[in-house]
Design a protein around this ligand. Structure first.
Ligand code: NAD
Length: 434
């Protein structure tokens, strides 16, 4: 099939490439010329494991362009543009609306537009009214991929969700044909109305955010009573109804999805007059942000204030195996320390280039600098904060590390071997741990 993907960021570029990988001819459209050039040259504009290789192997059926008229030969058009948080906290729909407006002159009968962006409930119904006069149809097919596993998750999703308008059952076969190899592997495919499909995505992210903030709330209490939240998580995680995953206390969630999705959900629910149903998500958000502040508090108390101190930070990306720094707890902590007068020396295996641009833009380039290696970040440091659980940080030999005068380590992800670090002479401080 001939397919277009409008919006080639973390989601769209991977989706376009995976669709080419499973045999379709794909054109990816983006307004960012540099991104398009880089993708056409086989160089991903962001870090995602396995993506470079897939981009190379799928290249004969895949091209990228800024010219939307290149979608003319395609009959299925995925919308994968960003829906960032606006100032009010609601999802900013400018990009989705612009993409659909640009697409409309190029679609007609027999075409199917498939929404993948995460949107406020009610969006698909609104867009249907723009798309249907052309004779084309609209489906909503939310995306659940995780950065760091984007290729794997796109090719082997836990489930596919199809949101359709009543009476459009014939569209199911179109999307089944797109996803044929995935469906043939027995992947669950769930068909529902637009509103339910839109809600599935924000409900899933709300649940995951709640689970993380729940264990971080237990960490806050553990810190006061001298309990160990990791042992607590292990013990409650044995209960199958609870499960151990997403119960790792630390500096909380970030990235381009969870924080803005829960805030957008709260805003949308209030608009719909059902804000009370999701007010708890405001607490989830507050607990999450408090964990970032906790690192500052701990360092201030251990170092008798952070002003004038040098703090090494391992990890800047919001999660390992990604270079995404959107709403990254690690970067937020680095910037807060700098604003409090500390000199921050950071290292991240993949996210230093976007992070450098960001600290320059925020006027903190003098206070937040970057070291070429994790070890070099430690030279002259008064303390170390592990802020992103990259494997190389977990695997570091604490006995072989230089610097860090007081040998204080704040394990913001509870990802280090506490006993090993203590045995190497470090003063280990975990999150929610004695
Ligand atoms: P992103 O910012 O990385 O990418 C968005 C892309 O859209 C950018 O490259 C931008 O230049 C492009 N764009 C903006 N306006 C355009 C237009 N009018 N025409 C063509 N291209 C345009 O964002 P992302 O992380 O890929 O997220 C995209 C959507 O997918 C969001 O709604 C997000 O919530 C959702 N989502 C993301 C993930 C993820 O892990 N990143 C997972 C599931 C869902």
């Amino acid at each position: 099939m001939n397919i277009s993907v409008i919006g080639c960021g973390y989601l769209g570029a991977v989706h376009a490439t995976c669709m080419a990988d499973i045999g379709h001819t794909v054109v990816g459209i983006d307004v960012d010329q540099a991104k398009v050039d880089s993708l056409n040259a086989g160089q991903p504009p962001f870090f995602e494991p396995g993506f470079t290789e897939l981009l190379a192997s799928a290249s004969t059926r895949l091209r990228f362009s800024t010219d939307i008229s290149n979608v003319a030969d395609c009959s299925v058009h995925f919308i994968a543009v960003g829906t960032p948080q606006s100032e009010s906290g609601a999802a900013d729909m400018t990009y989705v609306d612009a993409a659909v407006t640009a697409l409309v002159p190029h679609i007609g009968p027999g075409h199917v537009v498939v929404g993948k962006s995460t949107v406020p409930v009610g969006t698909a119904e609104r867009l249907r009214q723009l798309i249907e006069p052309t004779g084309a149809k609209l489906m909503w097919n939310p995306e659940f991929l995780r950065e760091g596993f984007a290729v794997e998750d796109t090719l082997n999703p836990d489930r596919l969700v199809y949101g359709i308008h009543g009476g459009d059952d014939d569209l199911i076969a179109v999307l089944d044909a797109v996803y044929l190899p995935i469906i043939e592997r027995g992947t669950a495919r769930l068909v529902m109305d637009y509103a339910t499909a839109e809600l599935v995505k924000v409900a899933a992210n709300s649940f995951l955010a709640t689970k993380i903030s729940f264990i971080n709330a237990m960490a806050e209490i553990s810190e006061v009573v001298g309990a160990d939240v990791t042992a607590l998580a292990d013990a409650i995680g044995y209960d199958n109804r609870i499960g151990r995953r997403f119960l790792n206390a630390g500096i909380g969630f970030g990235g381009g999805c969870l924080p803005k999705d829960i805030r957008g959900f709260v805003r949308r629910a209030h608009e719909l007059g059902v804000g009370d149903a999701v007010n708890f998500l405001e607490d989830v958000d507050s607990i999450n942000l408090r964990r970032r502040a906790r690192v500052l508090d701990v360092l201030s108390s251990e170092l008798d204030g952070v002003a004038g101190k040098t703090i090494a930070i391992w990890g800047i990306a919001f999660k390992p195996d990604s270079d995404d720094i959107r709403d990254s707890p690690a970067l937020d902590i680095a910037e807060s320390l700098a604003r409090a007068g500390a000199k921050v020396v950071a290292f991240d295996p993949e996210a230093m280039s976007p992070a450098e641009k960001r600290v320059q833009a925020s006027g903190l380039a003098d206070m937040v600098t970057f070291a070429p290696t994790a070890t070099e970040a430690l030279i002259d440091a008064d303390a170390l904060v592990v802020a992103t659980e990259w494997e190389q940080f977990r695997a570091a030999d604490p006995a072989a590390l230089p610097g860090a005068a007081g040998r204080i380590v704040v394990d913001g992800r509870n990802c280090l071997d506490r006993e090993l670090w203590k045995a190497a002479g470090w003063h280990y401080i975990g999150m929610g741990r004695r």
